[in-house]
Design a protein around this ligand. Structure first.
Ligand SMILES: [Fe+2]
Ligand SMILES: [Zn+2]
Length: 366
């Protein structure tokens, strides 16, 4: 077996004939590189290495690039995925939830939204207080992160509970903690709520649960149950609207891990929208037993964070981590909000947090 990384090094030459300087797209024709490409000359230039290849091309690699290439990927997801050590929380976060100020978030500086995104990355959610209680102000805030994701319910929404869309979200009944859009292969990354008004009634407190925290609890208490929920694929659907039955192209487990780093990256949990469990019927009980434990942990008082939303306070949360629900209510509630794609908000976060140059450094390496 030939273990030489020469083909990889030659393929990842960073010069402007090999990589377009503006688009950072590969220009070289990878499969015209001779299979037995070799190093003819090699020069250590201090902070970089110069290489003359057997095909005549000359490359230069920074020490930075080379050391990233050799780094252990398990420790290096920070820049590539914008991962931070999550601050896990339970009911007591009520005393000190992550809050940003609307005026600061909407500052002229392109980076003014970063504190909001940092909160979401660390805690899975952020409030944005002192937001004008209007759909326009809320939409502008979301647009500061990225474009709003359109679904069969529309894009930015502004609704009262009237069952205009056939989903329990549009009713006044209580909703257990869940994540949204499990029926998409790529569930919504962020979700925002802004309660614009609530008249002639009461109730409708919002529930948030830190899915990463509860997942860790389950893993500790019952590793086997965790493993079942991390491996058995579950299907989902959205079929309430006429002529529509959205289903992901495959089933996905409740807990999704990054195969490279092993980190938990996504919790998918919506018992209402659940469809087929991908197990033979005579083995399916083990999934129910595991899910029952998970459900019980989700409903533990110390894991449930209840808050009454008020006009002026926008809630944005990571739909891949934080589950949401609400209590039943009476009267008329007007809520606006929307979804943002996972890759779009993480991209924004990474660029603001690390800078374009640092992010691009990690394209071919760890
Ligand atoms: Fe929901
Ligand atoms: Zn080159």
């Amino acid at each position: 077996m030939n273990l030489s990384p020469n083909i990889w090094l030659r393929d990842n030459c960073q010069c402007s004939t090999c990589v377009h300087p503006a688009t950072r797209q590969r220009l070289l024709h990878t499969f015209q590189i001779p299979q037995d490409i070799a190093i003819d000359q090699f020069e250590d230039a201090g902070d970089s290495i110069k290489v003359k290849w057997s095909d005549g091309h000359e490359s230069q690699y920074t020490q930075d690039f080379l050391s990233l290439a050799l780094a252990n990927s398990k420790q290096m997801t920070g820049v590539r995925q914008g991962t931070v050590e999550p601050e896990l929380w339970g009911a007591r976060i009520k005393d000190n939830p992550p809050i940003a100020h609307y005026d600061n978030a909407m500052g002229n500086d392109g980076g003014s939204i970063l504190p909001v995104l940092s909160n979401i990355r660390r805690y899975g959610f952020s409030y944005i207080d002192y937001t004008p209680a209007s759909p326009q102000a809320t939409e502008e805030l979301l647009s500061k992160i990225a474009f709003i994701r359109e679904t069969h319910y529309g894009a930015f929404y502004d609704f009262t509970a009237d069952l205009a869309s056939k989903d329990t979200a549009y009713t006044n009944i209580a909703l257990d903690a869940h994540t949204d859009t499990t029926y998409f292969s790529d569930p919504a990354g962020l979700q925002a709520f802004h309660l614009l008004s609530h008249t002639d009634g009461e109730g409708g407190a919002s529930l948030l649960v830190d899915g990463f925290k509860v997942a860790r609890e389950l893993q500790k208490e019952d590793p086997e149950a965790y493993n079942i929920l991390a491996t058995v694929n579950v299907h989902a659907h959205a079929s309430g609207n006429d002529g529509i039955s959205i289903q992901p192209y495959r089933g996905f487990p409740v807990f999704q891990h990054d195969p490279d780093s092993g980190l938990l990256v996504q919790v998918r949990w919506n018992n209402s929208d659940r469809a087929r469990i991908e197990l033979p019927v005579d083995q399916v009980k083990k999934w129910y037993d595991a899910a029952r434990k998970w459900d019980a942990l989700l409903k533990k008082k110390e894991n449930e964070y209840w808050e009454q939303l008020t006009p002026g306070r926008v809630l944005i949360f990571d739909n891949w981590r934080v589950l949401h629900g609400r209590s039943a209510f009476t009267g008329k509630r007007r809520i606006c909000g929307g979804y943002i794609n996972r890759d779009d908000w993480i991209s924004k976060y990474k660029i603001l947090q690390f800078g374009q140059e640092e992010v691009l450094k990690h394209l071919a390496t760890n």
